[in-house]
Design a binder for this molecule. Sequence first.
Ligand code: ATP
Length: 241
Amino acid sequence: MTTAASPLLSVRDLTVRYGTALALRDLAFDMPSNSALAVLGPNGAGKSTLARALSGLVPPVAGTVRLDGRDLTGQAPDAIRRAGIVHLPEGRGVFPTLTVLENLRMATARDRRGRSAALERAFEIFPVLRERQRQAAGTLSGGEQQMLSLARALMVDPRLVIADELSLGLAPKMVDVVFASLRRARCAGVAVLMIEQFANRALDFADHCLVMRRGRIVWAGDADLAGPELLRRYLGEATAA
Ligand code: ATP
């Protein structure tokens, strides 16, 4: 059960190794329901490893991951997804020859009524997908395809979306679409853990921020407090832009 005081996600002493190399060391943090957390850090800091450990893609050697108080540590990715953690861009792909509607329908294994309700919710969050529901997904613009992939992820009613570099390689206009889509997901009650190359944009979006370096958390606090000086100190000039 979640009370006002209990976190949605609770991570304790999380440690991951690749062979003998420690990629995450004793990470500990909480995320409240419906919150947004920006995870920043230089290349190789362990951000993607954190995303992969939370979603079951790499097994931790120590520590715990709890969602709504339920221990998910070491569970398979499918079980973790069913419990409410969706990792993007894993499964980002849309099926280009299928219509928008078919893509959305395929994303959930619910009964008919549950599926209609989930579809209606997806169309409320992304009205453009309702307009284009009969169109083949491959003919959507890049930004619309991003919306469709996020809408597919939301069809399973996740509690937490992990967005790992969703804007990587996208034109600035499409980056706007990605952020707007994640904002809509938040309005629908979903928490977002964001790993993002554009640190300032991530901080604008997020309530809280973690800065990682060499597999550890070196700074944690309100996103508002993570000013330019902190970004320069931990990320260097280039990534702070
Ligand atoms: P970037 O911003 O460059 O994507 P990151 O902060 O996401 O970096 P990770 O990808 O989590 O960093 O990598 C953390 C460390 O673990 C790095 O030193 C990396 O080389 C190492 N690493 C990542 N994946 C593997 C793997 N499959 N096998 C061995 N080492 C790995």
